[in-house]
Design a binder for this molecule. Sequence first.
Ligand SMILES: Cc1cc2nc3c(=O)[nH]c(=O)nc-3n(C[C@H](O)[C@H](O)[C@H](O)COP(=O)(O)OP(=O)(O)OC[C@H]3O[C@@H](n4cnc5c(N)ncnc54)[C@H](O)[C@@H]3O)c2cc1C
Length: 375
Amino acid sequence: MLPTEEAHDLLALTQELCDRELTGKAAAYEARAEFPREVIRTLGRSGLLGLPYPEEVGGAGQPYEVYLQVLETLAGSWLAMAEAVSVHTLACYPVFAHGSERQRKSLPDMLGGELLGAYCLSEPQGGSDAAALTTKAVRDGDEWVVTGTKAWITHGRDADFYNIFCRTGEPGPRGISCLIADAGTPGLEPQKAENVMGLRSSAPAQIVFDNCRLPSDRLVGAEGAGFTIAMEALDAGRLGIAACAVGLAQAAVDYAVAYAKEREQFGRPIAEFQGLGFMLADMATQVSAARALLLSAARLKDAGRPFSTEAAKAKLFATDVAMRVTTDAVQVLGGAGYVSDHPVERWFREAKVLQIVEGTNQIQRMVISRALVKG
Ligand SMILES: Cc1cc2nc3c(=O)[nH]c(=O)nc-3n(C[C@H](O)[C@H](O)[C@H](O)COP(=O)(O)OP(=O)(O)OC[C@H]3O[C@@H](n4cnc5c(N)ncnc54)[C@H](O)[C@@H]3O)c2cc1C
């Protein structure tokens, strides 16, 4: 499954890090809804926050195929941390691909994990119809003045830099630009953390922009190119969410199998009952299929070929699988699956968000069906 010896070592290292630093902490941080900034720092120091970016700019130069398997490993240990790596990787994309010489000077700190990123696209009045966004940036001399509200922003209260997709021109996608702002800029006001169902250690927050002034050189890429930049970043980001889904689902299968081998009813381990064994078989098969679809999309990206539709398929399929498999894992544990003594209850709640973020699964179906019809 892995292309190089180096990739093997990287995955072994990630697993070690998960066992040492992540798995044992997840349940308590999730219960307290506390963001573990020091765990993110550890991930950064271990080189996991810039994996798919070139070494020349401070990344690790890994193919997507490898990066996604690292994410899968992290997700099997603590989904919120895998999602944090995926969102941060996404947030580094605009400056990496479209940033000015000066903006790109920050890349080593971004990719080394010194600076944590947020990606601000969604708004209270619309997430799916992103091209209708209303947060506005108006030129005033040498500055942009940003007003509006962004919603559901992962790392909203903890990020060091924010990509802001905002309207600088006409209605529709061509009137959108991308600006980058530092945390603490006056007028950039993170709100309280949302009271979310899962991923509680990394709860999103609204960001209010109240006449937030940014120097004109904070424009990333050309004026009016923001929507294209946002969609390019999301294409790759969707692969990250699919990898998170595969990791979570695999953890649920492993846990359910181990439980079913131990738990006895009618004098036998419940795994020996065909009704349950077939359920486990279906769970494992779905996860393998999701992983295969994800890796085939990743290999297209690594080969420099169009991968956007395949990424949408992988995100759709893998996240639906994660929801089904975590639901079945709760069933395998019976009553024990419904209480927080076992992690499957939390994984079931966490799976749900993967069907919503970075384009809901209805939007993925729209992307796929449009590509089919266009031919
Ligand atoms: C935990 C969490 C973290 C997030 N992190 C970020 C982040 O870091 N940055 C960011 O910008 N956003 C983030 N989001 C926002 C997320 O991307 C949006 O919630 C998502 O895109 C859906 O937008 P919405 O919530 O406005 O739902 P809506 O767009 O209002 O959709 C509501 C329902 O209508 C359906 N729907 C909408 N349009 C269509 C259509 N044309 N056809 C069929 N069905 C349709 C949707 O699928 C959905 O089921 C996050 C959300 C959550 C919950």
